[in-house]
Design a protein around this ligand. Structure first.
Ligand code: NAD
Length: 339
């Protein structure tokens, strides 16, 4: 018995990655579509052989409560809509996968978590790299101290955004620039390589080369995360170049992915040679794992609390860059989320 997934928002990620992944999943399948475009609904309805009653506009989204074919609602909308649709989906009795970042700010994340508590629904972030074997190997090598203790980490995740990414360049809909879109992966990686939480962040905005394009958000940002006195992670993300590196230097060797954060084509190396990992469909594994979590009533390995934790770190990084000073973090309550 497969759980039914409804995709909310039929943009690039939903149609380019999640729909193909839902043709490979074993524990779930596409059962609903939510879009403002009748043409898109029709196109994908016929591709996936869906009934008319699996199709929704944003206006009649709440009627999804009456559809027992849909178990999971996957929010793939601009960031400003994540919290609202997560909450509406849970109030309609549906489990939720929410794309990153979890919401626009810490307060919204907390509101989503209150709703999880009130409704008892399962919730997962769309943090696909936790299901990728190359990234899991970085976790194993780092947390398992295979080359001794990790001392220094370098994380670069930048993409040249071009001109077409309308909502990402609108701070009211994105909540920020490359830090919330790409840098969130660097934050995640630093934590899952070390198995520790950052204690201090120190950030600087990059100078803008195109101030009119990047109004109200950063074009680029660099920051250092300190993990107690032991580990330093140097991070950079930008919307005006391309970078894709995850590298850890430990006491007796190093290990890295380059590219590190892509959907496919990841490559890993260590100071001893290659990294022998089998590529997977990250999104298919991620959705199948969540379906199993629901069936067995276990929490997701990428739960709402992790989305909130990352939002707290993002807020501290922005505060540090604005104030030109180090900011202390107190994240002890998230210690068990360091996978
Ligand atoms: P996109 O612009 O291609 O898609 C967004 C969709 O939302 C569009 O179909 C658009 O029509 C719809 N929409 C509804 N209301 C809208 C509004 N008011 N303004 C703009 N669009 C509106 O974006 P995307 O790249 O598919 O990103 C969607 C979400 O998925 C984002 O939260 C993003 O961070 C996330 N994402 C995650 C990954 C990943 O690897 N996990 C990759 C890409 C995107």
């Amino acid at each position: 018995e497969r759980l039914g997934v409804a995709l909310v928002g039929l943009g690039q990620y939903a149609t380019g990655q999640l729909m193909p992944a839902l043709k490979e999943t074993k524990n779930c399948c596409l059962a609903g579509l939510v879009s403002g475009s009748k043409e898109k609904l029709k196109q994908y309805q016929s591709e996936f052989g869906l009934d008319d009653n699996g199709l929704y506009s944003y206006e009649d989204f709440d009627k999804i409560a009456d559809n027992d074919q849909i178990d999971i609602v996957y929010i793939v909308l601009p960031n400003s809509m994540h919290a609202e649709y997560s909450i509406r989906a849970m109030k309609a009795g549906k489990h939720v996968i929410c794309e990153k970042p979890m919401a626009m700010n810490v307060r919204e994340c907390e509101h989503v978590i209150e709703t999880i508590g009130q409704t008892g629904m399962h919730f997962s972030m769309g943090y696909r790299l936790h299901f990728d074997p190359f990234n899991r190997e970085m976790m194993r090598l780092g947390q398992g101290e295979k080359f001794g203790q990790v001392k220094k980490i370098t994380l670069l995740d930048s993409m040249d955004i071009g001109e077409s990414n309308q909502w990402r360049l609108d701070p009211k809909r994105s909540g920020g620039g490359p830090l919330v879109n790409n840098g969130i992966y660097c934050i995640q990686a630093a934590i899952y390589i070390t198995g520790k939480l950052p204690t201090v962040v120190d950030a600087r905005f990059a100078d803008k080369t195109d101030p009119s394009k990047f109004q109200g958000l950063e074009e680029g940002i660099t920051w250092t995360m300190y993990f107690g006195d032991e580990v330093i992670a140097d991070c950079e993300c930008s919307y005006s170049k391309n970078q894709n590196l995850m590298r850890a230097e430990a006491e007796s060797g190093w290990f890295e992915l380059d590219p590190a954060y892509e959907y496919e084509g990841l490559k890993g190396r260590t100071s001893e040679g290659g990294m022998d990992c089998k590529p997977v469909n990250q999104q298919a594994l991620q959705m199948d794992d969540f379906a199993l979590c629901i069936i067995t009533d276990q929490p997701s390995r990428v739960p709402a609390e992790m989305g909130l934790r990352d939002m707290k770190i993002i807020a501290a990084i922005y505060e540090s860059a604005e104030k030109h000073s180090k900011i202390d973090l107190y994240l002890n309550e998230f210690a068990e989320l360091s996978e």
